[in-house]
Design a protein around this ligand. Structure first.
Ligand SMILES: *Cc1c(COP(=O)(O)O)cnc(C)c1O
Length: 386
């Protein structure tokens, strides 16, 4: 039986998006970023789909996320870049996971490599202006020097140099040029010190799509592989991308109510006339933002705004009067919260606007309470008929 509520993940859409991004990035290679459970799409199936479509690297924030991919049997080059002193560097080196390194991690990585008699693979990170992770320009020379000493001792190899952009989603802002210049300078310093990296990487999805001069050897794409647009003035379709997640359910209850019926906690909505209310069994406990009242829901071909407060488990739409001849929604009618956007259906972008956030957050926050349903899995081996 079909789950009564599901996030349907179209794996062929992920493959399409990876192919599209790979064509844009070529000759640079593609790292599929599958952190945060693949932005809510499921890290393992998303990673597999991306690898079959031409991505050659995987990226995650945490070592724990990388280990889960290795445990699933995925052996592609894999980078984890966000660590604390409690991160399991030993397990990462043992599993052949590449490690981003901004400073203090270097000594820890060298220590576990010495213990395991196995050289670690390190990507040195320079902060070119984002102000988060990465070595400052002032500490870069020292980090590079220390890394090369460990490399000479056979404890590690500096396989990558990377940085992260702050405003690539706003292509007209000048800071991307400044970050690019700072990155080139850091690369030159590292190369002067003898670093010969396999991959230099800077671009995220927006830079991949709008700034070819940031591509270097590898682009790190997250949002785009899931088919969403990072730009406020361009849709997925404008970019040739297909949203991979559709959130759907069925109507749980439908009832006729009189004029002035209050709806949901606080009674902030009242029916303007005698009407019919449809109950949607999804709420903030499923990851729908509580503030997103007014967000669009499509039922039987018509889009309705959510009225009244979104609760933990449910939300309500006002189906209006009984439009004659219309395809009336009823209990069990299919409900689309967001999806591909085709034929004018609601999108994650619509929900982002309703919630005052970005599409990244809308898909990522759909909770594990909502079963994922995978469709169009071309990564499965095809059984040849004799
Ligand atoms: C999340 C992340 C990315 C992917 O960014 P998108 O905008 O989703 O493509 C790339 N690099 C780093 C370091 C990240 O943290």
């Amino acid at each position: 039986m079909r789950p009564e509520r599901s996030a349907v993940i179209d794996l062929s859409a992920i493959q399409h998006n990876i192919r599209r991004l790979a064509a844009v990035a070529s000759p640079a290679k593609v790292m599929a970023v599958v952190k945060a459970d693949g932005y809510g799409h499921g890290a393992i199936p998303a990673a597999r789909a991306a690898l079959t479509a031409g991505a050659t690297w995987l990226g995650v924030a945490h070592i724990s996320e990388a280990l889960a991919l290795r445990d699933a049997g995925i052996d592609a080059p894999l980078l984890a870049w966000l660590h604390t002193p409690e991160s399991n560097f030993g397990a990462a080196v043992a599993a052949g996971i590449d490690l981003g390194c901004s400073g203090w991690e270097l000594e820890r990585i060298a220590t576990v490599a010495r213990d395991q008699e196995r050289p670690a693979r390190v990507h040195l990170k320079i902060d070119t202006g984002l102000g988060r992770n990465g070595a400052t320009a002032a500490s870069w020379d020292r980090l590079v020097g220390e890394a090369m000493e460990y490399q000479d001792q056979g404890l590690l190899r500096v396989v990558g140099i990377f940085s992260h952009l702050a405003v690539a989603d706003e292509p007209r802002r000048p800071e991307t040029d400044q970050q690019l210049a700072a990155f080139r300078e850091a690369l030159a310093t590292a190369e002067d010190a003898g670093v010969d990296p396999e991959v230099r990487h800077l671009a995220n999805t927006p830079a991949t799509l709008s700034r070819p001069d940031t591509h270097f050897d590898l682009v790190r794409v997250g949002l785009g592989m899931y088919g969403l647009s990072p730009f406020s003035d361009q849709t997925s379709a404008d970019l040739g991308l297909q949203p991979a997640m559709s959130l759907r359910t069925v109507v749980a209850q439908c009832k006729d109510v009189p004029k002035d019926q209050g709806v949901s906690y606080g009674l902030h909505y009242r029916t303007a006339d005698a009407s019919t209310l449809g109950l949607i069994p999804l709420g903030y406990g499923d990851g729908i933002p509580r503030v997103a009242s007014g967000g669009p829901v499509r039922i039987a071909g018509t889009t309705y705004p959510v009225v009244g407060r979104i609760a933990m488990d449910q939300m309500v739409v006002d189906l209006g009067g009984h439009a004659e001849g219309a395809d009336i929604a009823g209990v069990g009618s299919e409900v689309e919260i967001f999806g591909s956007g085709m034929a004018g259906g609601p999108t994650a972008d619509d929900w982002a606007r309703a919630a005052g956030t970005i599409n990244y957050e809308i898909v990522t926050r759909i909770s594990s309470r909502v079963p994922r349903e995978y469709v169009n899995d071309q990564a499965k081996p095809v059984v040849e008929m004799q």
